[in-house]
Design a protein around this ligand. Structure first.
Ligand SMILES: NC(=O)c1ccc[n+]([C@@H]2O[C@H](COP(=O)([O-])OP(=O)(O)OC[C@H]3O[C@@H](n4cnc5c(N)ncnc54)[C@H](O)[C@@H]3O)[C@@H](O)[C@H]2O)c1
Length: 284
């Protein structure tokens, strides 16, 4: 049973690869960034747009590679989102033989936030705001042509190895360096945060299930609760620099987890303090 993981050098890809390897399944890791060699792991360091026909040897494919993050405003970001979220996704869809289970990673950003404070349901109309969310909607549309794809919409994922641009990583570093925590909008905004280990486990259990499924906890954590966890873990006394939220930033995010629960038989649960503690061990 060989699993291919694209984006295996990334935050969630590393956790997923470890979980698959620890269950004894050989993994082929594809990323244009280097992936650490491990027993049972075959590494292909290449861009998905250049990679040859490696997908025909797979028993299942987890497509996590992408240009992640809603806040990136660097020059060329529009093209990078098109290349890595849309064109690379199209290539994986085309190269994965029919009948091979394929899981594609979209994002909760396709909802444009929790509409009127209500949890987002998979059947909700999509309200993408900004280039990242729009590129994920385009990726989901491509999946319509390939029956049987599992489309996962993760909400915020956190834990060891979180991307350095994400809020908890940014805040942990600021707290350790004695700088104020930059808050976009208000400390009362909420995020549905999933532990990366549970996100990886859920993906392994979901692959092969056709259709769209939210990946979240169904509980909103306030930015204040996140900051308090950072303060407890670092021992720092915090100050805040509250700035207006950019227009691409959803006010609140909250997953309706009914479909997820019915498929898994369990729902991810987040222990914020444990999560921040594990994350700090890697940041420091
Ligand atoms: N982290 C989250 O909270 C979150 C939430 C919602 C959705 N997602 C989605 O989940 C996926 C994984 O997120 P992450 O946080 O681990 O991101 P990440 O940036 O840490 O990892 C993405 C990896 O994909 C690789 N990659 C990108 N384009 C590639 C290409 N064309 N060819 C080869 N490799 C390529 C990158 O080198 C990187 O290692 C992404 O698609 C992201 O959009 C993440």
């Amino acid at each position: 049973m060989t699993s291919i993981v694209t984006g295996a050098a990334g935050f969630i890809g590393r956790a997923l690869t470890s979980a698959l390897l620890s269950s004894g399944s050989p993994v082929v890791a594809i990323d244009r960034r280097p992936v650490e060699e491990q027993p049972g792991l075959t590494v292909i360091t290449a861009d998905l747009l250049d990679v040859g026909d490696v997908f025909s040897s797979a028993d299942e494919v987890y497509h996590l590679a992408g240009c992640a993050g809603v806040r990136d405003v660097a020059p060329g970001i529009g093209w990078r989102r098109q290349r890595d979220n849309v064109l690379a996704g199209a290539r994986v869809l085309a190269l994965t033989p029919p009948g091979v289970p394929l899981l594609v990673t979209s994002s909760s950003s396709v909802y444009g936030g929790a509409f009127r404070g209500r949890a987002s349901v998979e059947s909700d109309p999509l309200r993408p705001v900004g280039g990242y969310a729009t590129s994920k909607v385009a990726l989901e549309r491509l999946c319509r042509d390939r029956p049987g794809v599992t489309i996962v919409r993760p909400f915020t994922v956190a834990g060891e190895g979180q991307r350095p641009d994400m809020a908890l990583s940014v805040w942990l570093r600021a707290a350790q360096e004695g700088r104020p925590l930059r808050v976009l909008g208000s400390l009362d905004r909420t995020r549905d945060i999933t532990d990366v280990r549970q996100a990886a486990r859920a993906m392994i259990e979901l692959i092969g299930v056709p259709g769209i499924v939210n990946l979240g906890t169904g509980h909103g954590q306030t930015l204040r609760a996140m900051a308090e966890a950072v303060a407890t873990v670092t021992g720092a006394s915090l100050t805040f620099d509250v700035v207006p939220a950019p227009p691409d930033e959803p006010g609140d995010s909250l997953a309706d987890t009914r479909r997820l629960h019915s498929l898994l038989g369990w729902t991810p649960r987040t222990d914020l303090l444990d999560l921040v503690r594990r994350q700090q061990l890697v940041v420091s």
